[in-house]
Design a protein around this ligand. Sequence first.
Ligand code: SAH
Length: 361
Amino acid sequence: MATEPIDLRALDFAETVAFARDQLGQPDYRGEQIWRWVHRAGVCDLDQMTNLSKELRAQLASRVSLGHLRVDRVQTSRDGTRKMRLLTRDHHAIESVLIPDGDKLTQCISSQVGCALDCQFCATAKLGFGRHLDAGEIADQIYRGRALVAEVEPGRRITNVVYMGMGEPLHNYDQVIRSLRILTHELGANLSYRRITVSTVGLVPGIRKLATEPMRPNLAISLNAASDRVRDRIMPINRKYTIAELIAAVRAYPLERRRRVTFEYVLLAGVNDSRADAAELARVLRGIRCKLNIIPWNPHPEAPYRRPDDRAIAAFQAEAKRHGLPTYLRTPRGDDIDAACGQLAARQDGQTLVRLGKSTR
Ligand code: SAH
């Protein structure tokens, strides 16, 4: 009976070496060579593994898959942001965004097909939950990103990675941690934990668990409100974990020297954008080594919100700063191609959203 092929992308380094040793009878350096092909070179075809014998490649072909994501479409924004639509083997569409910013090139990756969290202002939420991505699919977005960059801007490199695409990374905890282990391995993509940020709606047990990992990425919290009254309404997860519980978990998150937690705050006109909100926010975050990123709401047809006008945005920022909170205004990137925060919904041109299926909550 044929056994299901093993997806090489989803194995970590030790597992790859063990696989080569135990399943293929190969010495450890062979496993290491395979690893380099899969994760450093990012090959899509076993025949590109030219330092392996033909026999070994044939043996591999009968056992493993490199079932990488298929790039379905690339869109380029007038500001240089690029959005990739990627198809999984079971034909789900996910999105991943490359954002140039001076010398920096940040890739924003997805952790799930759709999302189960139902934040009222977010387009991804409106899709509902499809499924978790596995670690191979998470890492492979970077390999597809690297290949795209090599094609369009040879010599440039992806410098930063943010888990801020579709999905809630801490809802898919184990695969996200595994993907971090894969992407940071020095013989693979060799990304640094210091240049990776995981963003969460505030799943408190997940934050507490992440705090115990030996290697930790930067942490971003999508706070979006300073009071439970407002947050309960726009982020239903707050009914499970209140702001006080969330902030307590963040305070306990160990920060390395010169690191700080990022709080994100989607600014919604008339909902959370008053001066009193800004002052309250500064009070809630007092004493945490952090910065605040204000993200004026990016429009999409599925939610009834408005972006505050420039004066209101400036007033909010000034008030937060006046109360001692380091506050930055995020300019929308790629909003003309629906690539900005909260706009990822893997839609076809002009298409309205089709829900993915039952939410699992
Ligand atoms: N689920 C994780 C990862 C997604 S990050 C999280 O929520 O943190 C996506 C960010 O975009 C979040 O900070 C979210 O609050 C913000 N966002 C969602 N919809 C938005 C919109 N329409 N305009 C601006 N920001 C939005």
